[in-house]
Design a protein around this ligand. Structure first.
Ligand code: HEM
Length: 525
C-alpha cells in the first residue's frame, strides 16, 4: 500500500512538472520576439522530427513553405532562417571583432558535451583566442613552403591513384566517391604531418584481385578508421549543436549518438599519439638542422626557440601551443579539407558528365594550359590560367553546394529583415536557396559556368567558402586541390557514369555513391 501511494505521489509530481514545462514552453513560444512564419514546435523536440529524418538534416526546404524570413525550433532553441541575399548582407561583412563573429551560443550543451567549445577555430567564441589560432592557421596555409609542399602532395597522390587504376584495368567498376575520399585524405594528411597515411594503398590492397602492394611502415596503420572518425567528427558538429539532448538519447537514436562519441574519443587518442611522435621528431632534430614545413611542426613550434615561422606572439599570446590546442587545429584541418574536397569532386564529375558541352569546353582549356605532355606535373602557375575550370567549380558549388548553410549569432542587438533582434539570436544563412534565387540569377536552375565568365563579379555571390570574418581559411588549398585534380583527371580519362549520384545532407552534402568506369581518353590511345 505504501509503495502504491509512493508511486502515485511520484506520478503526480511528474505530471505537474511535465504540465509546468509544457505551459512554460508555449508561454515562451507565444511571447517570443518578432514572431515569424514557421512549423509549429513540440515541447522537448521543437521541429526536430520534421527536419532530422533518416539521419539526414535539412532545414533549407522550410523556405518554400514559409518564405525568405522564417523560423524553426530545435528543442527550445529558436533559429531564424534567412533565405535571401539582402537579409544576409550585413552578417557577411568581414568587420574586425564584429557582432556576428560567433556561430553558436557560449552555453551550447551539445558542443560542450563533446568538448569542442572555445578550443581551436570553428567554435571558438573567445575573439582573442580565435584570432590567434586563425592568424596562425592562415599563415601556415599561405606560407610558400607549405603551398609548395601541397602542390607536390597533390601531384604525388594523383600519380599514385593512376597506378592503381591502371593495375585494376578499364573494366573495373570504381566507387569514385571512395577513391576521391582516400585521395584527398592522403593529400591533407601529408601536408599536415609530412608523413604518408597510405589510405589509397590500403584501399587498393583491400579490393585488388591481383598481387597486393607492399605497405611501407607508416605512422598511421589504421587509416580506414581514422577517415571514418574524421567523418564522424564533422557530423558531430552539426548533430550535437542542433539536435536536442532528449532526442539524442531516444532509444535507437542513442546508438548513433554513442557511435559518434566513440569515434571522437578514438580520434583524439590517435591524434594525441601523432602529436607526441611529432614532438619527439622535433626534439631529436639537431638545432642547426631545418625542421619540416608541415602544419603540425609549425603549430608545435609556435612561440618556442624552434619557431620556424615569423613570430606572431603578442601581449595576449606568447605561450607555445599545448597538445590540446594543436589537436583541435589538426582535427579541424582534416575535417575541413578532406570531405569538402572529395564530395565536391564527385558532384563536379556528375555535373560534367551530364553536360557534355561544358565538359568539352573545359577539356579544351585544360589541354591548352597543361600542354601536350600528359604526365607533366601540375604547376602552381597553371592555377590562375584555368579560368573556365574555376567557373565550372563555382557553378557546381552555386547550384549544388557542399555547405548548404551556415550559422551566426549576434553579440549585440541587431536589426535584420526590418526586425530588431536581441543579443544571442541564432541566424541560419540559407546559401543553397539564395544561390538558386531568380532575384539574383538568370535561369538559376540551368547549369551554366559561362555566367561567371560573362559576369565575373557574380562569383562573390557564391558562398562556397562562407563569408565574413569566419570565411574558410583553407580556401586556397581547397581550390588548388579541386582545380588540379579536375585538370589531371580530365586531360587523360573518359569517365562513364554507371548510375545516379546518391547523396545525403548532414553537416555538409555528401556523395554516398558514384560508380564509374575510367578509360584513357580515346583520342589519346
Ligand atoms: C573545397 C574545399 C573546402 C570547402 C568547400 C570549405 C568550405 C568552408 C565553409 C563554407 C566554411 C564556413 C565559413 C563561414 O562560416 O562563413 C569553412 C570554414 C573552415 N574551413 Fe573550410 N572548406 C574547404 C577546405 C578547407 C581546407 C583545405 C581546410 C584546412 C586545411 C579548411 C579549414 C576550415 C576551417 C578551420 C574553418 C573554420 C574557420 C573559422 O571558424 O574561423 N577548409 N570552410
Amino acid at each position: 500500500m505504501a509503495i502504491t501511494n509512493f508511486l502515485y505521489e511520484i506520478l503526480k509530481i511528474s505530471l505537474v512538472a511535465l504540465t509546468t514545462y509544457i505551459v512554460y514552453y508555449y508561454y515562451k513560444y507565444f511571447t517570443r520576439e518578432n514572431p515569424l512564419p514557421g512549423p509549429f514546435p513540440l515541447p522537448f523536440i521543437g521541429n526536430t522530427h520534421q527536419i532530422f529524418k533518416n539521419f539526414a538534416f535539412n532545414t533549407g526546404v522550410l523556405q518554400s513553405k514559409y518564405g525568405d524570413l522564417c523560423e524553426y525550433y530545435m528543442g527550445s532553441e529558436r533559429f531564424i532562417l534567412l533565405s535571401n541575399y539582402d537579409l544576409i548582407q550585413k552578417i557577411m561583412k568581414p568587420i574586425v571583432n564584429g557582432p556576428f563573429h560567433n556561430r553558436v551560443k557560449d552555453d551550447n550543451e551539445g558542443l560542450k558535451e563533446i568538448g569542442v567549445m572555445n578550443i581551436g577555430t570553428v567554435f571558438n567564441n573567445d575573439y582573442n583566442d580565435w584570432q590567434y589560432y586563425r592568424k596562425f592557421f592562415t599563415k601556415v596555409l599561405m606560407s610558400p613552403s607549405f603551398v609548395k609542399h601541397s602542390v607536390t602532395a597533390i601531384n604525388n597522390s594523383f600519380s599514385e591513384i593512376e597506378q592503381y587504376w591502371d593495375k585494376l584495368g578499364e573494366d573495373t567498376v570504381f566507387e569514385f566517391n571512395r577513391w576521391m575520399n582516400l585521395y584527398f585524405f592522403d593529400i591533407i594528411f601529408i601536408t599536415t604531418t609530412s608523413d604518408p597515411a597510405y589510405a589509397l594503398l590500403n584501399y587498393y590492397n583491400q579490393i585488388t584481385p591481383n598481387e597486393k602492394s607492399p605497405v611501407p611502415k607508416g605512422i598511421l596503420t589504421e587509416s580506414d578508421l581514422f577517415i571514418k572518425s574524421v567523418d564522424a567528427y564533422g557530423n558531430s558538429l552539426v548533430y550535437f549543436f542542433q539536435i536536442p539532448r532528449i532526442f539524442r538519447n531516444f532509444p535507437g537514436i542513442n546508438r548513433f549518438t554513442q557511435h559518434l562519441k566513440d569515434r571522437l574519443n578514438w580520434l583524439r587518442i590517435t591524434v594525441d599519439n601523432i602529436i607526441k611522435s611529432k614532438r619527439e621528431e622535433i626534439s631529436k632534430t639537431p638545432i642547426d638542422q631545418k625542421l619540416k614545413s608541415d602544419m603540425l611542426t609549425m603549430l608545435l613550434t609556435v612561440n618556442t626557440e624552434r619557431d620556424i615561422t615569423e613570430r606572431i606572439a603578442d601581449d595576449l599570446h606568447d605561450k607555445p601551443m599545448s597538445d590540446k590546442d594543436v589537436e583541435a587545429n589538426f582535427v579541424e584541418a582534416m575535417a575541413g579539407g578532406v570531405e569538402t574536397s572529395s564530395h565536391s569532386i564527385c558532384f563536379l564529375v556528375n555535373y560534367l558528365e551530364n553536360n557534355p558541352r561544358v565538359k568539352k569546353k573545359m577539356i579544351e582549356e585544360i589541354e591548352h594550359v597543361l600542354g601536350k605532355d600528359l604526365n607533366s606535373p601540375f604547376k602552381l602557375e597553371d592555377l590562375t590560367k584555368l579560368v573556365y575550370v574555376d567557373a565550372v567549380i563555382k557553378e557546381v558549388s552555386r547550384i549544388h553546394p557542399i555547405v548548404t548553410q551556415s550559422y551566426k549569432i549576434n553579440s549585440v542587438p541587431e536589426v535584420i529583415g526590418g526586425y530588431k533582434w536581441s543579443k544571442d539570436t541564432n541566424f541560419v544563412l540559407n546559401y543553397e536557396v539564395i544561390q538558386r534565387s531568380t532575384s539574383y540569377w538568370k535561369d538559376p536552375e540551368t547549369f551554366n559556368p559561362d555566367r561567371f565568365i560573362d559576369n565575373p563579379e557574380s562569383k562573390s555571390k557564391v558562398f562556397m567558402f562562407g563569408g565574413g570574418m569566419r570565411m574558410c581559411p583553407g580556401r586556397h588549398l581547397g581550390m588548388m586541390g579541386l582545380k588540379a585534380t579536375l585538370a589531371m583527371l580530365y586531360r587523360k580519362y573518359d569517365i562513364e557514369l554507371l548510375g545516379p549520384c546518391k547523396e545525403h545532407l548532414m553537416q555538409i552534402r555528401s556523395c554516398d555513391e558514384l560508380k564509374v568506369k575510367l578509360r584513357k581518353r580515346k583520342s589519346l590511345k
